[in-house]
Design a protein around this ligand. Sequence first.
Ligand SMILES: Nc1nc2c(ncn2[C@@H]2O[C@H](COP(=O)(O)OP(=O)(O)O)[C@@H](O)[C@H]2O)c(=O)[nH]1
Ligand SMILES: [Mg+2]
Ligand SMILES: [Zn+2]
Length: 296
Amino acid sequence: MGEESLRGTVISGIGSFYTVRTAEGETYILRAQKKLRRARLSPLPGDEVRFSPPDQSEHGWLEEILPRKTLCLRPPVANVETLIIVLAPEPEPDMLLADRQIARALHQGMRVILAVNKCDLDRELALRLREEYRTAGIPVFPICARTGEGLEPLREIMQGSLCCFSGQSGAGKSTTINALMMTELETGDLSRKIARGKNTTRTAVLLEKDGLRVMDTAGFSLLEPEKNLPPEALRERYPEFLPYEGKCRFHECLHDSEPGCAVAEAVKAGEVSPARWQRYRTLLAETRENWRNRYS
Ligand SMILES: Nc1nc2c(ncn2[C@@H]2O[C@H](COP(=O)(O)OP(=O)(O)O)[C@@H](O)[C@H]2O)c(=O)[nH]1
Ligand SMILES: [Mg+2]
Ligand SMILES: [Zn+2]
């Protein structure tokens, strides 16, 4: 029996033990085989793996990590397919931070969704952002995690995709996950007060329910330092710039303040959001600075 290898998804890992669930919903506790440990291949939550189920002993063996679609380092999780950024009218959204995460996520091949929470407090923000991200092809969902308003369309677009939530503290990530998944993650001021002590020990856990798959992490930042990004690589992470690539006067145009820039023209014509473009220029300046200092 214990000879045949099975396939499953790593739900969580604590110490050298991993919880793995099969497509049929059976859960196993496994240890990583020595060959994986020797190769410094750590299974991560979200990993698809092959394993042999327990035979006589109390645990089975995790034998192989299947190729990863995506990999995040902070926190370490594998195969996240959709990044859901939760924004809210309060605390005041940091859109520069959001754009930084969007650029990283798109570059990794993830899909990005904006969930604008607390629409009981304000509906303008969601409308504004929907316009801002329209030509980037990033969908904006107005939701109210407290009342459940708007959660159904969000559930639909999340179906079957391994999702991760990010966003500022207090935006309502935990409340949203609870409303979607019927979990009881801590929310509000209490969790923030003890968050510092907790962050060091808590690891990511993959939650699954009714076709929804959510990686619950303590603070998903997607902000591994990226010192070696050449300035000309940033523009490729803005889907709304793509129709204008190659149409600027200068071939190497970075769409900053060069004369004859087709993106700047598109901004004037209302085809690219001025706010998105301004923030792009801020991130471009930052990228140039990092690139200049990349050896220091
Ligand atoms: N008015 C309003 N408050 C909300 C809503 N969703 C969450 N909150 C509140 O916002 C605060 C932060 O929520 P929490 O889920 O802990 O945010 P997190 O830090 O992003 O996980 C809590 O006090 C929640 O009760 C909402 O839809 N409307
Ligand atoms: Mg939280
Ligand atoms: Zn240009």
